[in-house]
Design a protein around this ligand. Structure first.
Ligand SMILES: NC(=O)c1ccc[n+]([C@@H]2O[C@H](COP(=O)([O-])OP(=O)(O)OC[C@H]3O[C@@H](n4cnc5c(N)ncnc54)[C@H](O)[C@@H]3O)[C@@H](O)[C@H]2O)c1
Length: 435
């Protein structure tokens, strides 16, 4: 089947490459000419494990190509995916739909023959209706069906998630569109991935409800961690103790510095706004967003407390900048408010991240960057682990201790066990301090 993927970001590029790998003929389109030039030269503009191999192999076999021109690929496609960004709108937090609606207008002008327009971007309920309105207004002659097919992949494990989804959600009442979607995803449901057909509005809501629920789970365990610190308990054991209950499940119960990333922060806020407009406020999600927001900056106070209260003149080494491991994505990373707060409190910050430093330099320009964890720790008063990259799990702690000014370790991801950090003053999340 011929597919046009509009938007070559984390979702568009991964989805496009995976559909090509299933055997479809895919053109990925992006307005960013630099991105397309790099992709055509065989360079991957983002860091995502295994994506380079998948893109190169499918491009070489002629199933995947890249273009800045939307009309040609759209005219030829039986399915056109909208995978452009939906960031928070400045000022009010609603989802900014300008990229989606612009893409819809461009697609409307170019479609030819029966075409399924699939919204993969995360969009508020009712956006599919708006895309359909644009189609019928711009091209009353066009034969199209507008479908919602939200994406649930996680950065850092995007290909695995796309190819082994827990479910595929398809929101449409159009039988021809259902058949096209089933053909597109056939390799996956041959693999037993359930396809859930719903109304378009329901599909749009499923995506936001899923993200809001996961964000709630994280925030819940973060607050339990705070309670553990006050009353004496170990949040990891609490998480295990509740997570073994099948009704709860152990995932998304890792206490930490608060959720960040390209999805949870903006999607929770957008859902809150939708619900307020609909006069069905989501009080739980409102609280989750507020608690999480305060938590990220609050982590700086934890660092200060580990150093006796004041950070003025202190050097803080930060390990990990991206919002999670195995991505270079810095969007809403907890490291940003944390580092800003550390510098506001008078500290000098030196940071290291295995892949995120080029992106980080754009948002955190006033700090020093090191070229490895040991260089980062040199002369520091405290070492703070912010992102749990694999390489930070087995640091040579003796070597770290030897180069630091004070052996203070603040582990915001509970990477180490208290018994592993001999000789350090050790502070983690929701567990007893040591030293
Ligand atoms: N990143 C994730 O992990 C993830 C997971 C699930 C869902 N989503 C959702 O998927 C959508 C895309 O997210 P992303 O992280 O891939 O975004 P992104 O910002 O990485 O990429 C979006 C791309 O779209 C391009 N673009 C914008 N308008 C265009 C147009 N009219 N024509 C062609 N290209 C255009 C931009 O240049 C950019 O390259 C968002 O709605 C997001 O919420 C993201």
């Amino acid at each position: 089947m011929r597919v046009a993927m509009i938007g070559c970001g984390y979702v568009g590029l991964v989805s496009g490459a995976c559909f090509a790998d299933f055997g479809h003929q895919v053109t990925c389109v992006d307005k960013d000419a630099g991105k397309i030039a790099r992709l055509r030269a065989g360079e991957i503009p983002i860091f995502e494990p295994d994506l380079d191999r998948l893109v190169t192999a499918n491009a070489r076999e002629g199933r995947l190509d890249f273009s800045t021109e939307l009309p040609g690929p759209v005219a030829q496609a039986e399915a056109v995916f909208i995978a452009v960004g939906t960031p928070s709108r400045r000022g009010d937090g609603h989802a900014d739909l300008s990229y989606v609606l612009t893409a819809a207008r461009e697609i409307a002008a170019a479609v030819s023959g029966f075409t399924v327009i699939v919204t993969k971007s995360t969009v508020p309920v009712g956006t599919g209706d708006e895309v359909e309105r644009i189609m019928t207004e711009t091209r009353p002659d066009a034969d199209v069906a507008v479908v919602s097919n939200p994406e649930f992949l996680r950065e850092g494990a995007a290909i695995q998630d796309f190819k082994h989804p827990d479910r595929i959600v398809v929101g449409t009442a159009d039988e021809r569109a259902k058949k096209v979607m089933a053909d597109l995803y056939r390799p996956l449901y041959l693999n037993q991935a359930p396809i859930l057909y719903t109304s378009r509005r329901t599909a749009e809501l499923i995506k936001y409800a899923a993200n809001a629920f996961l964000a709630t789970k994280i925030t819940f365990i973060n607050e339990i961690a705070d309670l553990c610190e006050k009353v004496g308990g170990d949040v990891q054991q609490v998480a295990r103790g509740i997570g073994l209950d099948n009704r709860i499940g152990g995932k998304f119960l890792h206490a930490g510095p608060g959720f960040g990333g390209s999805c949870f922060p903006k999607d929770t806020i957008a859902l809150i706004k939708t619900a307020q407009d609909a006069e069905a406020p989501l009080r739980i999600v409102e609280t989750v967003a507020a608690v999480n927001d305060a938590r990220k900056r609050g982590m700086a106070r934890k660092v200060a407390a580990a150093l006796g209260g004041s950070l003025r003149g202190k050097t803080i080494a930060v390990l990990g900048l991206t919002f999670k491991p195995n991505t270079d994505d810095m969007r809403e990373a907890p490291s940003i408010p944390l580092i800003t707060a550390l510098t506001d409190m008078g500290a000098r910050v030196r940071a290291y991240d295995p892949v995120g430093m080029p992106q980080a330099r754009r948002v955190l320009s006033d700090i020093e960057y090191a070229d490895g964890p040991y260089a980062c720790a040199e002369g520091a008063d405290a070492l703070v682990i912010v992102t749990e990259w694999e390489q930070f799990r087995a640091l040579d702690l003796e070597r770290i201790k030897a180069v630091m000014k004070q052996a203070v370790l603040v582990d915001l991801r509970n990477v180490y066990r208290t018994e592993d950090v001999d000789g350090f003053s050790y502070h983690s999340i929701g567990r007893p301090d040591r030293g």
